[in-house]
Design a binder for this molecule. Structure first.
Ligand SMILES: NC(=O)c1ccc[n+]([C@@H]2O[C@H](COP(=O)([O-])OP(=O)(O)OC[C@H]3O[C@@H](n4cnc5c(N)ncnc54)[C@H](O)[C@@H]3O)[C@@H](O)[C@H]2O)c1
Length: 251
């Protein structure tokens, strides 16, 4: 087991990539704090992990709220005694459309969740990791940060911020033995995908798939495998990396 005894917090883990990551971390021996604003989804994932023999606890937290992110990290320590791994996975998009049609409210919400959410979790988690003398932070960015598609400009831009903050955090936190890495998944068939497609039609799905050299969309299992590796001691010299999980799309 690659994460035996590690305490892991995963934001937005009530569905999609976060759900797959929470389940994979539990299978690898981690104690998992499942967190989401979607309480039904988060509790379902938590129950499924424990029913399968894993260790998990649910904490409802909105990453746009500093009080709730602090309570999330406090929950991890109260439930499992420490914090080893933080996965900043919670994210939202805007419907695929001209950049001039994205409203100010949509823009603000995307940056509040995708970027400022990481500011809040970092402020809560880093003091704990510093005190412990180790920690791993993994941010879920996107291929949109590296090879943007049209119609998703402000979402892509928020993910560009995530890759930059990943590298900046990695260099700033290296003296504390806190590793910070990101994953850049290509389009995956999660509840978020229809947002990126604009209209969820077979033709639009095929248009996305056709841009991926290995010929398929990403899955929660693909993303989870990247998280487990980067969180594990096998990656102990890896920090500041933004790893594409993209079937070659960004080549
Ligand atoms: N699906 C894709 O095509 C794709 C591609 C690249 C990157 N991503 C990124 O992967 C991550 C996971 O997305 P997904 O595709 O699994 O979508 P998803 O919608 O299934 O999961 C996102 C989760 O985040 C939660 N969430 C939303 N706002 C929140 C908030 N303010 N506080 C806490 N939780 C909140 C949602 O309730 C949801 O459960 C996101 O950061 C997304 O941008 C997705």
């Amino acid at each position: 087991m690659q994460l035996a005894g590690k305490v892991t917090v995963i934001t937005g883990s009530g569905s999609g990539f976060g759900e797959g990551t929470a389940k994979a971390c539990a299978i690898e021996g981690a104690s998992v704090v499942v967190s989401d604003i979607n309480e039904d989804g988060g509790r379902r994932v938590t129950d499924e992990i424990t029913a399968a023999g894993g260790t998990a606890s649910f904490c409802k937290a909105n990453v746009t709220d500093s009080g709730e992110t602090q309570a999330l990290i406090d929950h991890a320590r109260a439930a499992f005694g420490r914090l080893d791994i933080l996965v900043n996975n919670a994210g939202v998009g805007h419907k695929r459309k001209s950049m001039l049609e994205v409203t100010e409210a949509e823009f603000d919400h995307i940056f509040a969740v995708n970027v400022k959410g990481i500011y809040h979790t970092a402020n809560a988690a880093i003091p704990v990791m510093r005190e412990q003398g180790s920690g791993v932070i993994i941010n879920i960015a996107s291929t949109g940060a590296v090879s943007p598609r049209p119609g998703l400009t402000w979402y892509n831009t928020s993910k560009g911020a995530v890759t930059t903050l990943t590298k900046s955090m990695a260099i700033e936190l290296a003296p504390d033995k806190i590793r910070v890495n990101a994953l850049n998944p290509v389009a995956g068939d999660t509840p978020l995908l229809p947002t990126f497609l604009g209209e969820d039609t077979p033709e639009n799905r095929e248009a996305f798939r056709a841009t991926i050299p290995l010929g398929r969309l990403s899955t929660p299992a693909d993303v989870a495998a990247g998280v487990v590796f980067l969180a594990s001691d096998a990656a102990s010299l890896i920090t500041g990396v933004c790893l594409e999980i993209d079937g070659g799309r960004c080549i």
